[in-house]
Design a protein around this ligand. Structure first.
Ligand code: NAD
Length: 563
């Protein structure tokens, strides 16, 4: 591990120094997960981390192996026993304080932006930009998101986790109560595109539900996760309850799946299948937040200027490296020309850059492989006859992996860009005869993560939303109307995943439910003192009566509702 790396990207970051990155990397070692003895120097294997904005090396983190993972999980397991015994309300309070800490750093940054160099409080934003190459406008979204999630959990989790009374088998004679216990140690595997948001959206509900968490961030973006681990400690989380294990996915990932009691995975569909298979073999549950090839539908009555602005946000936020990004646009014919004109105009207005200010809207792609993928998808579409309406080229003058926001049309249905997720700033637009055709085209995909519908008639929009096979559908918005609704579940249909994050569903995935049935009349079996045939006849009569009575109540309720 080196503490002496210097790069232009690091020099530009107002609040970061190379030493700070080394300190963060040392947190992996100090957690005991980088080597058996806890001595960072003893860990020779390391992974270099680069800044996408300049393609320079900025530091390194330990390349943990299976034994490191086992050690981290073992320690997490010990810490978890005490945490599970802490009342849910107290656990929630710790997270709420954590949210404040994240907010403080953001507020400080917004107040004192430009007050360069040694302002350590701005470091979360700087870290995010440094390790992802995203624009500051995109990075700041993650700093809104994490505290919002904390506030929601602090308020809701105690109720969601409280014991629940349910109907007993024989009302009056028996009761049924459901209790929710933590599963134990949760493994969180997160991707590089939103390193803070996507680690915390899975880790925080697991913690509040009484679990320990061992997080494996993507190897390209480990520092944000390590910085948040430090903040969780400051917020009062017990030692070892949250640990970060850095390393290569194919090494650390499977070891984690083998050692934990639940896996929350966010990443590609391909890796998601590998994780699900392994979790299945171990008979542990998992949630999989995977890829998408998300549709955006513009109906004939849409306000095309508003739809065009929304489409720009839907397609090019985080340079299109967003699982919820729209990559396919279907416009009803009558609105098509006006929409396409407005959309291309709005796209061409976008500013590119990776500076540590709020000037640029679209930042860099994460690395050379991602740039190659985007370039290949666009070139393939072109070779099959697609027209590039705007963009269509790399912009090394902005940053080594930067690619222009690109709008394609006349894309063949079998072009790669039409069938696969590009995960870059590329979208194809097609005109369709009517709304039914738009819905059919939107649903013509193995994925089903997110969709967006644009219309002046909001009720009709909500009706169309029900016909689209995606886990979240936004009417007259790109993705924030659903992603930001942290009380509502979020996840994918089909190849986009399994399970849901956010809302009560996002908390309950991390608990074992236990039903406790109590009889007030002794064992529920055939009574001794009545001949059995009499009892059976009486029981059937009571059952029929009960069914008739409940049908009557249902009908009455329906009539009241209709009035
Ligand atoms: P990826 O699947 O390659 O990597 C994701 C994580 O899995 C990383 O931490 C990686 O190290 C780890 N990993 C790699 N091999 C592994 C293995 N064999 N076992 C366990 N873990 C392993 O994904 P990526 O390409 O880096 O991320 C982009 C993808 O993630 C896109 O497809 C995107 O749509 C998806 N994504 C989905 C969501 C969502 O919420 N649905 C959010 C963000 C990203």
């Amino acid at each position: 591990m080196s503490s002496t790396d210097h790069s232009a990207a690091l020099d530009d970051a107002p609040s970061l120094a190379a030493r700070r990155l080394t300190d963060l990397a040392d947190r992996v070692a100090r957690s005991g997960s980088a080597d058996a003895g806890g001595d960072p120097a003893a860990k020779v294997d390391a992974i270099d981390v680069s800044a996408p904005a300049t393609a320079e090396r900025i530091g390194s983190v330990p390349a943990c192996d299976a034994s490191d993972v086992d050690a981290a999980v073992e320690r997490a397991r010990e810490a978890q026993a005490e945490w599970a015994a802490t009342p849910a309300r107290e656990r929630a309070a710790v997270l709420d304080r954590f949210g404040d800490l994240v907010l403080d750093r953001r507020a400080e940054l917004l107040d004192r932006f430009g007050d360069l160099v040694l302002d350590r409080r701005a470091e979360l934003l700087d870290l995010l930009q440094l390790e992802t190459g995203k624009s500051r406008r995109t990075a700041v979204e993650e700093l809104f998101d994490v505290p919002m999630g904390c506030g929601y959990l602090a308020e809701t989790a105690p109720g969601v986790l409280a014991d629940e009374g349910r109907a007993g088998v024989a009302p009056g004679m028996t009761t049924a109560t459901v209790t929710y216990d933590p599963v134990g140690v949760v493994g969180v595997i997160s991707p590089w595109n939103y390193p803070l948001t996507l680690s915390m959206a899975d880790a925080l509900p697991a913690l509040v539900a009484g679990n320990a968490v061992v997080l494996k961030p993507d190897e390209k973006t480990p520092y944000g996760a390590l910085a948040l681990g430090e903040l969780l400690e400051v917020a009062g989380l017990p030692d070892d309850l949250f640990q970060v294990v850095t390393g290569e996915g194919p090494t650390v990932g499977p070891a984690l799946v083998d050692a934990v009691d639940y896996v929350a995975f966010t990443g590609s569909t391909e890796t998601g299948r590998v994780v699900a298979e392994r979790a299945g073999r171990n008979l542990i549950d998992c949630s999989l937040e995977l890829g998408g090839n998300n549709p955006l539908v513009v109906l004939g009555d849409a306000d095309v200027d508003e739809a065009a602005r929304g489409a720009v946000q839907a397609c090019f936020s985080n340079a299109g490296q967003l699982c919820l990004s729209a990559e396919r646009i279907y416009v009803v014919e009558s609105a098509s020309d006006a929409f396409v004109d407005a959309f291309v105009r709005e796209t061409e207005r976008l500013t590119l850059g990776t500076g540590y200010d709020y000037d640029a809207e679209v930042g860099s792609l994460i690395d050379a492989a991602q740039l190659d993928r985007v370039r290949d998808h666009v070139d393939d579409a072109r070779e099959r006859g697609a027209t590039v309406l705007t963009g269509g080229r790399a912009r090394p003058d902005v940053a080594p992996y930067c690619y222009e926001p690109t709008v394609l049309t006349d894309v063949e249905p079998d072009a790669t860009v039409a069938c696969e997720e590009t995960f870059g700033p590329v979208v194809s637009v097609a005109s369709v005869p009517d709304t039914d055709a738009a819905v059919a085209a939107a649903n013509d995909s193995p994925y089903g993560l997110n969709a967006s519908v644009w219309t002046r008639d909001r009720d009709r929009g909500a009706e169309i939303a029900r016909q689209i096979d995606c886990g979240t559908v936004n009417v007259n918005d790109a993705f924030l109307a659903t992603w930001g609704a942290v009380d509502a579940p979020m996840g994918g249909f089909g190849d986009s995943g399994l399970g849901r994050r956010h809302g009560p569903e996002g908390i309950r995935r991390y608990v074992e439910s236990r039903t406790i049935g109590v009889s007030r009349v002794g064992p529920l079996t055939f009574p001794d003192r009545i001949p059995i045939d009499w009892f059976v006849r009486g029981a059937f009569a009571a059952l029929s009566l009960g069914r008739r009575a409940s049908r009557g109540v249902r009908r009455l309720k329906e009539q009241i509702r209709l009035r």
